[in-house]
Design a protein around this ligand. Structure first.
Ligand SMILES: Nc1nc2c(ncn2[C@@H]2O[C@H](COP(=O)(O)OP(=O)(O)OP(=O)(O)O)[C@@H](O)[C@H]2O)c(=O)[nH]1
Ligand SMILES: [Mg+2]
Length: 214
């Protein structure tokens, strides 16, 4: 089998499991979000702030190369968190999520947050069965990321631009980033937040209420 065929075969078998995950989410009334962004952009902080301030029935699957540290942070917010240690893998796949949700009571969950491994490239290529992909950028990363890593943004349904509290310290053209995102993904929802200061979250909470299966 050539490398191209092998990649296609891996992708197709992933897509088949992702379709089963999607059916399970629909059957149990779960709205699942695949959260993707660079290491340290604030994915876990956004989930922590959301869990603490939004009255929803949440669960989380947290992917990291090593450690369950982020899952422990999420569990400290009072929500069920399942850690996936990829041991070097640069993205989650649908089978890992299938194993995780097999251990959850999905009937007790309205929203499932799947925090992918910190990476702007690989995670976007693997469907996990989620309802939406949520991209996360942060101000200190620089304002050219949508142009440099378009594969994520063409597939993302929502975009967080996090760490806006640092805007005065970093040169960053926020309007340019939003325009770049809307150019590759017309209609993308953009949330400008500071997860540490708790600003900019009301539109995100309104969005979650609007898609709540409950
Ligand atoms: N100033 C500022 N710092 C933030 C903000 N959000 C997160 N941080 C900090 O950024 C660092 C990384 O945050 P995390 O939430 O762990 O980032 P992550 O994307 O989950 O990181 P990985 O899981 O390692 O990929 C922590 O020190 C956070 O306190 C923010 O809005 N403003
Ligand atoms: Mg994290």
């Amino acid at each position: 089998m050539s490398k191209v065929d092998l990649n296609r075969s891996v992708r197709e078998s992933n897509d088949a499991v992702a379709a089963r995950n999607r059916q399970a989410f629909a059957a149990h009334g779960v709205f699942a979000m695949n959260i993707i962004g660079s290491p340290g952009c604030g994915k876990t902080s956004i989930l922590e702030y959301t869990a603490r301030h939004f009255n929803g029935r949440f669960a989380a699957v947290i992917g990291d190369v090593k450690t369950a540290l982020d899952a422990e942070r999420i569990a400290d917010c009072g929500i069920a968190a399942h850690a996936i240690e990829t041991g070097g893998g640069c993205h989650l796949n649908a089978a890992q999520v299938a194993d995780a949700i097999a251990e959850m009571d999905l009937d007790a969950v309205d929203f499932l947050f799947i925090e992918n491994v910190g990476n702007l490239v690989c995670p976007s290529a693997f469907d996990l069965g989620e309802n939406i992909k949520v991209a996360v950028l942060s101000i200190p990363e620089g304002d050219e990321k949508v142009r440099k890593y378009p594969a994520l943004f063409v597939r993302a349904d929502a975009l967080f631009i996090n760490k806006v509290d640092l805007a005065e310290h970093c040169p960053y053209d926020l309007e340019r980033v939003k325009a770049d995102a809307r150019h590759v993904r017309p209609g993308i929802r953009v949330f400008e937040t500071s997860a540490t200061h708790g600003t900019g979250f009301d539109p995100w909470f309104d969005f979650l209420r609007s898609v709540s299966p409950a």
